[in-house]
Write a protein that binds this ligand. Structure first.
Ligand SMILES: C[S@@+](CC[C@H](N)C(=O)[O-])C[C@H]1O[C@@H](n2cnc3c(N)ncnc32)[C@H](O)[C@@H]1O
Length: 280
């Protein structure tokens, strides 16, 4: 792994700890049910992570393979061919698990996988863990439509917040990307508000209105949460917020379930909220 690709933030460990706990809970909770249990890793990496201090830890793919009660199927999606090859080696070393490696773009692979699975007989946990703004809204929508998937989604707050330029005029450059992330342009009216202050011109009695201004961090988080709630019946109210050393929000880890079954929802939500609340 090159230096640039090494992961560093404490959030890497925290994020994977949360995933590991949920996967353990999930396969245990569903152990006596007849559903085919599927784990899908949308941005799977290579099975191992080198932290900034050089320490090597298990990546999400290895964690999922090593939980006590396994899933029936594992799908690891990774765009980078070198990393996908490392995942092939991991697959080779785990003949006791049913693993498929997909060397492709996550949006294409996730949508195809979801649409080609009969969700009447399957249940799944999806982990969508991108570096930046790769995840399309359409992919989240397809996942939510199944009614059978629990999703952990690492929302790239820093990257998206940068695309929301301070000056509304500049967003023209990133509009398409933001529309892909949010499935439309409703964000424009939420993220940019007309300044309330009316500035007085130097000419007596003549007034002109100033431009739009970007809303604050809390309002952006609220927008993202509410947006996810438009397609998922349940979104955990306490997502884990990951900040860098400068106290800037980098990522937000959201948990959602697409299940409309009240019993399944209560079980998943209780567990996810508890895991998200507890920091070690
Ligand atoms: C944050 S890392 C994932 C880390 C991994 N979940 C782990 O715990 O080991 C993001 C990964 O997504 C891959 N990636 C980037 N763009 C992608 C895309 N469009 N589709 C699939 N994978 C992509 C990168 O090569 C990188 O390995």
């Amino acid at each position: 792994m090159s230096k640039k690709e090494t992961f560093g933030g404490v959030w890497t460990i925290e994020k994977l700890d949360i995933l590991s706990k949920y996967l353990d809970f999930y396969t245990t909770a569903l152990k006596n049910q007849n559903f085919r249990k599927i784990y899908v890793d949308g941005f799977a990496g290579e099975g191992e992570i080198t932290l900034r201090n050089g320490q090597k830890i298990e990546g999400s793919a290895s964690i999922a393979l090593n939980i006590g009660l396994p899933f029936d199927r594992y799908y690891f999606i990774e765009l980078n061919t070198k990393k996908a090859k490392k995942l092939e080696l991991l697959k080779y070393s785990r003949k006791d698990r049913n693993i498929t490696i997909i060397n492709s773009d996550a949006n294409i692979a996730l949508q195809s996988l979801v649409l080609n699975t009969d969700w009447r007989y399957s249940r799944g946990v999806f982990f969508v863990d991108p570096f930046a703004t790769q995840t399309e809204w359409k992919t989240l929508k397809v996942i939510s439509d199944t009614g059978s998937i629990d999703l952990w989604f690492l929302f790239p707050f820093y990257a998206v917040n940068r695309l929301f330029a301070k000056d509304k005029e500049q967003i023209v450059l990133w509009k398409d990307r933001l529309n892909n992330c949010f499935g439309g342009n409703d964000w424009e009216d939420v993220i940019y508000k007309k300044k309330e202050a009316v500035q007085l011109s130097i000419f007596e009695g003549e007034q002109f209105e100033s431009d739009f201004e970007k809303v604050g961090t809390d309002s952006i988080i609220k927008y993202v949460t509410n947006k996810l709630k438009t397609i998922f019946p349940y979104v955990a109210p306490n997502p884990r917020i990951f900040k860098n050393e400068k106290n800037s929000i980098m990522f937000i880890l959201f948990f959602m379930t697409s299940s409309k079954n009240p019993k399944a929802q209560v079980l998943a939500s209780k567990c996810a909220e508890h895991i998200l609340k507890t920091k070690e």
